[in-house]
Write a protein that binds this ligand. Structure first.
Ligand SMILES: Cc1cc2nc3c(=O)[nH]c(=O)nc-3n(C[C@H](O)[C@H](O)[C@H](O)COP(=O)(O)O)c2cc1C
Length: 212
Protein backbone atom coordinates (compact mmCIF):
# COMPACT_ATOMS: atom_id res chain seq x y z
CA UNK A 1 0.00 0.00 0.00
CA UNK A 2 2.86 2.37 0.81
CA UNK A 3 4.15 1.72 -2.71
CA UNK A 4 0.79 2.71 -4.12
CA UNK A 5 0.80 5.93 -2.08
CA UNK A 6 4.31 6.88 -3.10
CA UNK A 7 3.53 6.04 -6.73
CA UNK A 8 0.48 8.34 -6.71
CA UNK A 9 2.31 11.08 -4.81
CA UNK A 10 5.29 10.89 -7.14
CA UNK A 11 3.14 11.27 -10.22
CA UNK A 12 1.66 14.49 -8.85
CA UNK A 13 4.78 15.81 -7.16
CA UNK A 14 6.53 15.52 -10.51
CA UNK A 15 4.05 18.08 -11.76
CA UNK A 16 1.43 15.99 -13.53
CA UNK A 17 -1.46 18.19 -12.37
CA UNK A 18 -1.09 21.41 -14.31
CA UNK A 19 -3.03 23.78 -16.53
CA UNK A 20 -2.51 21.51 -19.50
CA UNK A 21 -4.03 18.40 -17.98
CA UNK A 22 -6.28 19.48 -15.11
CA UNK A 23 -9.17 19.19 -17.58
CA UNK A 24 -12.53 20.90 -17.56
CA UNK A 25 -14.54 18.49 -15.47
CA UNK A 26 -14.07 18.65 -11.69
CA UNK A 27 -16.45 15.74 -11.06
CA UNK A 28 -14.32 13.42 -13.13
CA UNK A 29 -11.15 14.73 -11.44
CA UNK A 30 -12.83 14.15 -8.06
CA UNK A 31 -13.68 10.59 -9.11
CA UNK A 32 -10.01 9.97 -9.97
CA UNK A 33 -8.82 11.43 -6.66
CA UNK A 34 -11.39 9.45 -4.67
CA UNK A 35 -10.36 6.24 -6.49
CA UNK A 36 -6.73 6.99 -5.66
CA UNK A 37 -7.56 7.73 -2.01
CA UNK A 38 -9.37 4.39 -1.75
CA UNK A 39 -6.57 2.58 -3.64
CA UNK A 40 -4.06 4.13 -1.23
CA UNK A 41 -5.91 2.41 1.62
CA UNK A 42 -7.12 5.59 3.33
CA UNK A 43 -9.79 4.60 5.83
CA UNK A 44 -13.13 6.31 5.35
CA UNK A 45 -11.78 8.36 2.47
CA UNK A 46 -15.41 9.42 2.02
CA UNK A 47 -15.42 11.33 5.32
CA UNK A 48 -15.93 15.03 4.71
CA UNK A 49 -16.14 18.07 6.96
CA UNK A 50 -19.47 19.68 6.16
CA UNK A 51 -20.07 23.31 7.03
CA UNK A 52 -23.49 24.92 7.22
CA UNK A 53 -24.57 28.28 8.58
CA UNK A 54 -27.62 29.37 10.50
CA UNK A 55 -30.02 32.06 9.29
CA UNK A 56 -28.02 34.67 11.21
CA UNK A 57 -24.73 33.48 9.72
CA UNK A 58 -23.24 31.41 12.56
CA UNK A 59 -21.17 28.61 10.99
CA UNK A 60 -21.12 25.00 12.20
CA UNK A 61 -19.00 22.14 10.92
CA UNK A 62 -19.15 18.38 11.43
CA UNK A 63 -17.99 15.22 9.65
CA UNK A 64 -20.43 13.21 7.51
CA UNK A 65 -19.87 10.41 5.02
CA UNK A 66 -20.22 10.95 1.29
CA UNK A 67 -22.57 8.23 0.02
CA UNK A 68 -22.61 9.02 -3.68
CA UNK A 69 -21.72 11.65 -6.24
CA UNK A 70 -22.21 12.45 -9.89
CA UNK A 71 -22.45 15.60 -12.03
CA UNK A 72 -25.52 16.68 -10.01
CA UNK A 73 -23.62 16.78 -6.74
CA UNK A 74 -22.46 15.09 -3.55
CA UNK A 75 -24.92 13.10 -1.44
CA UNK A 76 -24.93 12.50 2.31
CA UNK A 77 -27.62 11.16 4.64
CA UNK A 78 -28.76 12.54 7.95
CA UNK A 79 -31.66 13.51 10.20
CA UNK A 80 -33.57 16.38 8.57
CA UNK A 81 -34.46 17.73 12.04
CA UNK A 82 -30.83 17.82 13.24
CA UNK A 83 -28.94 21.08 13.76
CA UNK A 84 -27.55 20.85 10.22
CA UNK A 85 -31.07 20.16 8.92
CA UNK A 86 -32.32 23.32 10.67
CA UNK A 87 -29.46 25.32 9.16
CA UNK A 88 -30.18 23.99 5.68
CA UNK A 89 -33.89 24.74 5.99
CA UNK A 90 -33.26 28.47 6.31
CA UNK A 91 -29.91 28.68 4.51
CA UNK A 92 -29.59 25.95 1.87
CA UNK A 93 -25.89 26.48 1.21
CA UNK A 94 -23.01 24.36 2.44
CA UNK A 95 -19.31 23.75 2.03
CA UNK A 96 -17.38 20.51 2.37
CA UNK A 97 -13.73 19.54 2.62
CA UNK A 98 -11.95 16.21 2.21
CA UNK A 99 -8.43 15.72 3.52
CA UNK A 100 -6.36 12.75 2.40
CA UNK A 101 -3.08 13.08 4.37
CA UNK A 102 -0.98 10.28 2.80
CA UNK A 103 -1.57 11.82 -0.63
CA UNK A 104 -1.17 15.38 0.64
CA UNK A 105 -4.47 16.32 -0.99
CA UNK A 106 -7.49 18.38 -0.10
CA UNK A 107 -10.71 18.90 -2.05
CA UNK A 108 -13.09 21.71 -1.17
CA UNK A 109 -16.65 22.01 -2.44
CA UNK A 110 -19.15 24.84 -2.08
CA UNK A 111 -22.67 25.12 -3.37
CA UNK A 112 -26.38 24.79 -2.79
CA UNK A 113 -28.07 21.92 -1.01
CA UNK A 114 -31.33 20.15 -1.82
CA UNK A 115 -32.99 17.07 -0.42
CA UNK A 116 -32.64 14.01 -2.65
CA UNK A 117 -35.87 12.35 -3.82
CA UNK A 118 -37.73 10.09 -1.38
CA UNK A 119 -37.06 7.21 -3.79
CA UNK A 120 -33.30 7.81 -3.47
CA UNK A 121 -33.47 8.02 0.32
CA UNK A 122 -35.64 4.89 0.40
CA UNK A 123 -33.17 2.93 -1.73
CA UNK A 124 -30.27 3.98 0.48
CA UNK A 125 -32.18 3.32 3.72
CA UNK A 126 -33.14 -0.14 2.46
CA UNK A 127 -29.47 -0.92 1.86
CA UNK A 128 -28.53 -0.17 5.50
CA UNK A 129 -28.23 -2.83 8.22
CA UNK A 130 -31.36 -3.20 10.37
CA UNK A 131 -29.55 -1.83 13.44
CA UNK A 132 -28.69 1.38 11.59
CA UNK A 133 -32.28 1.72 10.37
CA UNK A 134 -33.61 1.36 13.91
CA UNK A 135 -31.11 3.90 15.24
CA UNK A 136 -32.36 6.44 12.70
CA UNK A 137 -35.76 6.11 14.40
CA UNK A 138 -34.38 6.01 17.93
CA UNK A 139 -32.10 9.06 17.79
CA UNK A 140 -33.58 12.59 17.82
CA UNK A 141 -30.26 13.80 16.39
CA UNK A 142 -28.85 17.00 17.90
CA UNK A 143 -31.50 17.23 20.67
CA UNK A 144 -30.63 16.95 24.36
CA UNK A 145 -31.08 13.46 25.86
CA UNK A 146 -31.12 13.04 29.61
CA UNK A 147 -29.03 9.86 29.59
CA UNK A 148 -27.77 6.99 27.46
CA UNK A 149 -30.43 4.70 28.94
CA UNK A 150 -33.11 6.90 27.35
CA UNK A 151 -31.59 6.20 23.93
CA UNK A 152 -31.35 2.50 24.68
CA UNK A 153 -34.96 2.36 25.86
CA UNK A 154 -36.06 4.15 22.71
CA UNK A 155 -33.97 1.72 20.58
CA UNK A 156 -35.74 -1.20 22.30
CA UNK A 157 -39.15 0.39 21.69
CA UNK A 158 -38.59 0.88 17.97
CA UNK A 159 -37.32 -2.68 17.67
CA UNK A 160 -40.68 -3.89 19.04
CA UNK A 161 -42.57 -1.35 16.93
CA UNK A 162 -40.97 -2.62 13.70
CA UNK A 163 -40.51 -6.39 13.98
CA UNK A 164 -40.33 -6.72 10.18
CA UNK A 165 -39.14 -4.19 7.63
CA UNK A 166 -38.18 -0.83 9.10
CA UNK A 167 -39.91 2.05 7.26
CA UNK A 168 -37.99 5.14 6.18
CA UNK A 169 -38.61 7.89 8.77
CA UNK A 170 -40.13 11.11 7.36
CA UNK A 171 -37.45 13.05 9.22
CA UNK A 172 -34.49 11.19 7.72
CA UNK A 173 -32.93 11.16 4.27
CA UNK A 174 -30.35 12.51 1.90
CA UNK A 175 -29.14 15.90 0.84
CA UNK A 176 -27.29 16.69 -2.36
CA UNK A 177 -24.66 19.43 -2.36
CA UNK A 178 -24.73 20.75 -5.94
CA UNK A 179 -21.26 22.23 -6.47
CA UNK A 180 -20.73 25.80 -7.63
CA UNK A 181 -17.04 25.82 -6.67
CA UNK A 182 -14.59 22.94 -6.32
CA UNK A 183 -10.95 23.33 -5.36
CA UNK A 184 -8.27 20.66 -5.76
CA UNK A 185 -5.23 21.16 -3.56
CA UNK A 186 -2.10 19.12 -4.07
CA UNK A 187 0.76 19.50 -1.61
CA UNK A 188 4.09 20.22 -3.35
CA UNK A 189 7.66 20.82 -2.24
CA UNK A 190 8.55 23.93 -0.19
CA UNK A 191 4.87 24.75 0.28
CA UNK A 192 4.51 25.84 -3.33
CA UNK A 193 1.38 23.77 -3.48
CA UNK A 194 -0.93 23.46 -6.48
CA UNK A 195 -4.47 24.79 -6.16
CA UNK A 196 -6.98 24.58 -8.97
CA UNK A 197 -10.31 26.31 -8.43
CA UNK A 198 -13.24 25.30 -10.64
CA UNK A 199 -16.22 27.65 -10.73
CA UNK A 200 -19.52 27.00 -12.43
CA UNK A 201 -20.94 30.00 -14.33
CA UNK A 202 -24.12 29.64 -16.38
CA UNK A 203 -23.69 25.90 -16.24
CA UNK A 204 -20.10 25.96 -17.54
CA UNK A 205 -17.03 25.13 -15.45
CA UNK A 206 -14.01 27.43 -15.61
CA UNK A 207 -10.72 26.69 -13.90
CA UNK A 208 -8.01 28.91 -12.46
CA UNK A 209 -4.82 28.32 -10.51
CA UNK A 210 -4.70 29.97 -7.08
CA UNK A 211 -1.62 30.89 -5.10
CA UNK A 212 -1.03 28.50 -2.22
C1 LIG B 1 -16.47 9.65 10.69
C2 LIG B 1 -17.83 10.23 10.97
C3 LIG B 1 -18.85 10.02 10.06
C4 LIG B 1 -20.13 10.54 10.30
N1 LIG B 1 -21.09 10.38 9.35
C5 LIG B 1 -22.30 10.95 9.54
C6 LIG B 1 -23.28 10.90 8.51
O1 LIG B 1 -23.06 10.37 7.39
N2 LIG B 1 -24.50 11.47 8.77
C7 LIG B 1 -24.77 12.10 9.96
O2 LIG B 1 -25.88 12.59 10.13
N3 LIG B 1 -23.85 12.20 10.93
C8 LIG B 1 -22.62 11.64 10.74
N4 LIG B 1 -21.67 11.75 11.72
C9 LIG B 1 -22.01 12.50 12.95
C10 LIG B 1 -21.88 14.00 12.67
O3 LIG B 1 -20.51 14.39 12.70
C11 LIG B 1 -22.68 14.87 13.67
O4 LIG B 1 -22.32 14.53 15.00
C12 LIG B 1 -24.19 14.68 13.53
O5 LIG B 1 -24.58 14.60 12.17
C13 LIG B 1 -24.95 15.82 14.19
O6 LIG B 1 -24.56 17.03 13.61
P1 LIG B 1 -25.43 18.38 13.79
O7 LIG B 1 -25.86 18.41 15.23
O8 LIG B 1 -24.51 19.48 13.40
O9 LIG B 1 -26.61 18.25 12.83
C14 LIG B 1 -20.39 11.25 11.50
C15 LIG B 1 -19.35 11.45 12.42
C16 LIG B 1 -18.10 10.97 12.15
C17 LIG B 1 -16.99 11.24 13.14
Amino acid sequence: MDDKISQIRKSYLSGELDEANVGGDPISLFADWMDEAVAAGIEEANGMALATASADGAPAVRVVLLRGFDERGFVFYTNYESAKGQDLLTNPRAAAAFWWPPLDRQVRIGGRVEKVTRAESQAYFDSRPRGHQLSAWASPQSRVVTGREKLQTRAGEVETLFPGDVPLPDFWGGYRLAPEQMEFWQGRENRLHDRFLFEKRQGVWTVARLAP
